[in-house]
Design a protein around this ligand. Structure first.
Ligand SMILES: *Cc1c(COP(=O)(O)O)cnc(C)c1O
Length: 454
């Protein structure tokens, strides 16, 4: 019988994270303090993050040890399986081999707890009692609710009000793990009260929720803030995915020719591909293709500008050098909620800018069609976010069918879609519309980028 799953023992959970900063051809541009226009100092971040994470953000060390306490919790679902998608290959009649690394087996159902657990641990270790964060549809909030519970920390989550009201299931999941979840804008912070005063019916936004979570953290000595994507330390923690996948690819006897992943802020994609990109940078696999997949409705990498911008809509955060659509970009309400961010992780953007990785954008309907093909061959109903790279993998496999190439394709399968059934329902009833973000609106948003003399 042909092997389908490639598994590792618990002992093979990585002992170190891989820091690609050590191998970049040129160093990252500094994070800039918007007030002084000077590079930010570690102590500027101390009210928000534990010292260990501030260090990880900037370190040039190639390998960062994973604390035993974190590996202990990873054991609940790691190592995650690597699959050969034999049924999908057969359905497509492709000579290509398709592999995927499956992160949907974690308790919250995605890759996000890989960093949530690490962040909760370092906060606990430095005496923090509570973490505040924001969440849109609840994927990040549920990962942090799960992680903080296991380390005995309190968790306060500002959830965008429309999602809080319209998508209750992840809120219930967060509350089941003991987190306190508030619709944002809320009465709990000065900022929230100000927004509500101006517009009592404000539906909320991720930008407002970020601002509330940051204000909450800064106002309380025992409270820190936490971010689920974009930052270097988040990408670092996600490299457990790629490090395991590399070992598992060895078990298959193949090495990927092309790797696809979906990009919202860039954490699952980067975590899955950076350990392979290391081989490209070192010349061990110079022809490796690495492709980031995003929605045409939020085309950060394919249509954005590489420039300094705020990480949030309110303009409170430091300035990051990244591809951006402008912080005032208002993404259309597509179903892949996790891919609606105006920027992307600086590390990932730099590698795209330098031509080491590429990006492609897809429409919603073609993406859902791919997800349904996947569900009907491989069985798993995946997150609409993940479906973007499944579409890319299927396209590549069909291209190989034309040319007869026996390419090895790998994609990062970031999570399940069990809380996205309403979106699948819309697709199955023919109610999903394609949006392509108008170039003129992107140009408008980009005119307002902050001026930094770099
Ligand atoms: C949040 C999420 C994403 C997008 O976030 P990244 O930081 O880009 O990984 C992708 N897939 C799933 C399943 C998610 O929950």
């Amino acid at each position: 019988m042909a092997q389908t799953k490639f598994l590792l023992d618990e002992e093979e959970i990585p002992k170190r994270w891989y820091n690609i900063q050590a191998d970049l051809p040129t160093p990252l541009d500094p994070v800039i303090n918007p007030a002084t226009k000077e590079p930010i100092k570690p102590q500027d971040l101390a009210p928000l993050f534990p010292m260990e994470l501030i260090k990880q953000e900037a370190t040039q060390e190639r390998w960062i040890p994973i604390p035993e306490e974190v590996r202990e919790i990873y054991r609940l679902w790691r190592p995650t399986p690597l699959y050969r998608a034999r049924r999908l290959e057969r359905a497509l009649k492709t000579p290509a081999k398709i592999y995927y690394k499956w992160e949907g087996v974690s308790p919250p159902g995605s890759h996000k707890p890989n960093t949530a657990v690490a962040q909760a641990y370092y906060n606990m270790n430095e005496g923090v009692k509570r973490i505040a964060t924001e969440t849109g549809a609840g994927q990040w909030g549920s990962a942090l609710a799960f992680a903080t519970r296991l380390f005995g920390l309190d968790c306060t989550i500002y959830m965008v009000k429309v999602s809080y009201e319209q998508k209750p299931y992840r809120r219930i999941l967060m509350e089941s793990w003991g987190a306190k979840c508030f619709p944002s804008p809320s009465e709990r912070t000065e900022y929230g009260r100000k927004v509500l005063e101006q517009d009592p019916n404000c539906p909320g936004s991720l930008g407002i929720a970020i601002s509330e979570a940051i204000k909450d953290a800064v106002a309380h000595e025992d409270t820190h803030y936490s971010l689920g994507s974009v930052l270097n330390h988040v990408l670092l923690h996600q490299t457990v995915v790629g490090l395991e996948a590399k070992k598992q690819m060895e078990l298959t006897g193949d090495y990927p020719d092309v790797i696809f992943g979906c990009v919202g802020g860039g954490s699952n994609y980067s975590g899955a591909v950076f350990p392979f990109v290391a081989d490209k940078l070192s010349g061990k696999k110079p022809d490796l293709q690495v492709v980031a997949c995003e929605p045409k409705a939020c085309p950060t990498l394919t249509k954005g500008l590489y420039a300094y911008d705020h990480g949030d809509t309110a303009g409170m955060t430091p300035l990051l050098k990244m591809f951006t659509l402008g912080k005032d970009f208002v993404p259309p309400p597509i179903h892949a909620g996790g891919l609606r961010y105006h920027g992307d992780a600086p590390l990932l953007c730099k590698l795209v800018k330098e031509g080491i990785m590429r990006a492609k954008a897809y429409h919603q309907t073609e993406v859902f069609k791919a997800a349904i093909t996947f569900a009907r061959t491989e069985g798993f109903l995946i997150a609409p976010e993940t479906a973007h790279c499944v579409k890319a993998a299927i396209d590549e496999a069909l291209r190989c069918k034309e040319t007869g190439e026996e390419k090895v394709i790998l994609f990062a399968n970031s999570g399940h879609g069990h809380f996205d059934l309403a979106a699948y329902d819309s697709y199955l009833r023919g109610k999903i519309i394609d949006y392509e973000y108008p170039v003129e609106l992107i140009k408008e948003a980009l005119k307002k980028l902050p001026k930094v003399g770099r």
